[in-house]
Design a protein around this ligand. Structure first.
Ligand code: T6T
Length: 313
């Protein structure tokens, strides 16, 4: 398993799901690695070294939709099937994809933020880095929903934090200077949201500028509870890990490629009102696998993927 970046609660939780599934299967072992930063120039040599070690299969979250195509092709040329988890590449060379519906996730974020700000005002997006499939799609879904559904909301556009919460905080501080009447912020992943929330706290604007964050990392949950953030969209990374390992094990046993190739997992809207509900709390991310339990997760039926993404709406 090659993570998008190491030390991220999202990929740690995915790893827990992958390991729980491997243990249940009994004949699968997993080695997990990842780059120190979300950066294709760091992920490529990791992938090359993993290919040299000749695993039976690779599941990975590619750091760049275009830049990782050639390194993944090299793995496939070496006879190793590659399944994309979470992020993907602009190609169909991979065995398949297991991921959240990120466009829909962005739409959920837009609707949640719109509700928080009473359907009017200026909103802004703190994004991660151009070329990351997931976060690009979240911004797209957010932008489209704001433009199509909320005529009284002005979208001020996005800035990129390079997956660094300190940069995200600086971006938001500067934006609060240039647009002091800002109503709401969407942080498209854990680090973007965490940094944006920190800036709101520093400026004592929590609750005044509304904030929606993608993901449900440990600090993000604290930010929600302390009323700096109003809503989180939790992905189901443990489910992604479980499903990916199950799929690879099945492929290695049967030789039959997955059909359909794209499998979608759910997302859950987390608020202060529902966070203690066990059906919501089970999707908060973890920092280690100590308390992780196998969920026996299944991908969403294709037709229901959109409907299932809004169970708490
Ligand atoms: O949001 C997740 C993941 O889905 C995205 O591709 C990269 O950032 C995270 O890992 C959160 O930090």
């Amino acid at each position: 398993f090659i993570q998008g970046v190491i030390g991220d609660n999202f990929y740690i939780t995915m790893d827990c799901g992958a390991r729980a599934k491997a243990e249940a299967l009994g004949n699968v072992s997993i080695d997990t690695q990842g780059p120190e930063r979300f950066d294709q120039t760091l992920q490529t040599p990791i992938l090359s070294a993993v290919v040299q070690s000749k695993p039976d299969a690779i599941m990975m979250a590619p750091n760049d939709a275009k830049g990782m195509i050639a390194p993944i092709q090299a793995a496939i040329d070496a006879g190793i099937p590659v399944l994309c988890v979470d992020t993907t590449i602009d190609s169909d060379i991979q065995l398949g994809d297991v991921a959240t519906d990120n466009v829909e996730g962005g739409r959920l974020a837009a609707r949640g933020l719109a509700e928080q700000i009473g359907g009017k005002g200026k909103v802004f997006v703190v994004n991660v880095k151009p070329g990351i499939s997931t976060t690009d799609l979240r911004e797209q879904g957010f932008r489209e929903a704001i433009e199509q559904e909320f005529p009284d909301i002005e979208y001020l556009g996005q800035e990129y934090c390079d997956n660094d919460s300190n940069i995200a905080a600086q971006i938001v501080s500067a934006r609060l200077q240039s647009d002091p009447d800002l109503s709401g912020i969407f942080g498209t992943n854990l680090f973007a949201a965490q940094g944006a929330a920190a800036a709101l706290r520093q400026q004592n604007l929590q609750g005044k500028v509304k904030m929606v964050g993608f993901d449900a990392g440990l600090t993000q949950v604290q930010d929600l509870k302390s009323e700096t953030v109003d809503l989180l969209i939790a992905q189901h990374p443990g489910d992604i890990g479980e499903i990916a390992v199950g799929l690879l094990a099945e492929f290695l046993a049967s030789g039959v490629a997955p059909d359909p190739k794209e499998l979608v997992t759910g997302s859950t809207i987390v608020t202060r009102d529902n966070i203690d509900d066990p059906e919501v709390a089970r999707y908060l991310y973890v920092a280690d696998c100590g308390s992780y339990k196998l969920a026996n997760a299944e991908p969403l039926p294709q037709a229901d993927a959109t409907a299932e993404a809004t169970p708490m709406a």
